[in-house]
Design a protein around this ligand. Sequence first.
Ligand code: ADP
Ligand code: MG
Length: 313
Amino acid sequence: MAAKTLEDIPGVGPAIAEKLREGGYTDLMVIAVASPKDLAETCEIGEKKAMDIIEGAKLCADIGGFETGDNILERRKAVTKLTTGSKAFNELLNGGLESQAIVEFFGEFGSCKTQVCFQLAVNATLPEEKGGLDSDVIIIDTENTFRPERIIQMANFLGVDPDYTLRRIHVARAFNSQHQILLVDKALELAQQKKIRLMIVDSLTSHFRAEYLGRGALAERQQILNRHMHDLLNFATLNNAVIAVTNQVAAKPDAFFGDPTRPIGGHIVGHTATFRLYLRKGKGGKRIARLIDSPNLPEGEAVFMVTEDGIKD
Ligand code: ADP
Ligand code: MG
């Protein structure tokens, strides 16, 4: 994987990159530690823009460093929650899906991972007092399963304008894993123009699964997937966004992937996702979500329904 350049910083195109280089800001580390005022003056840009560039460079250069607890608390105060549409499901998540986090939905084919994503997309466009994020949505669709018709049904049920809802949902098909990774950069660009507080990657792992076959490819796949997950987490932090990703588990045992109930991406996806939810079918059309792994919530289950109108109790 090539080293990152100035152009990898979100919002930095060729023109600004040139100004940065001329001003002596030749690499990411230099920018990451620059003062916003100096950078703004040298490059003749606004101080807000300079701060964004510095933040972006920090993330690209991957310098985290230490942060005091009060700073983290301050950032966490901006966390809001996105409703799932089901009371029980929300309770399992202590109110809904947290922003600044990655939520992974894993389950077999047909376990309603995509349906949940549709509902989240519609809900995110709602005002905050209705459990939404009052924002536009990005969907990276790797399996060509986005269906505007379903969005219309769900929007109608909620009494919101379906056309307006559809206009706020930005869908890109990812044709392979490399394209999928690049779309996260595109998403960062779009997020500079529009408020985007929900990004969905459905499915996170299907291209990786198809492309990196055999034992020999495993290490490389995990490494690239790991970087992709970190890019997603950066997006979540920069935009106070929820990242919802899906991950299919094999329906039958698989010599290569092993245990069918273990999601692919294994440790890498699991450790970077903040919340993991296992979805499965229950009796009588019921669906069950099981919270597997959370830094601050107990494990548990919620029962919900998927109907024509969307996710319900
Ligand atoms: P996954 O993404 O986990 O493979 P999906 O989200 O595509 O699964 O789930 C498909 C299921 O969603 C269907 O089996 C059906 O139960 C449910 N579903 C899809 N469309 C509708 C609808 N219009 N009304 C009710 N249920 C639906
Ligand atoms: Mg699906």
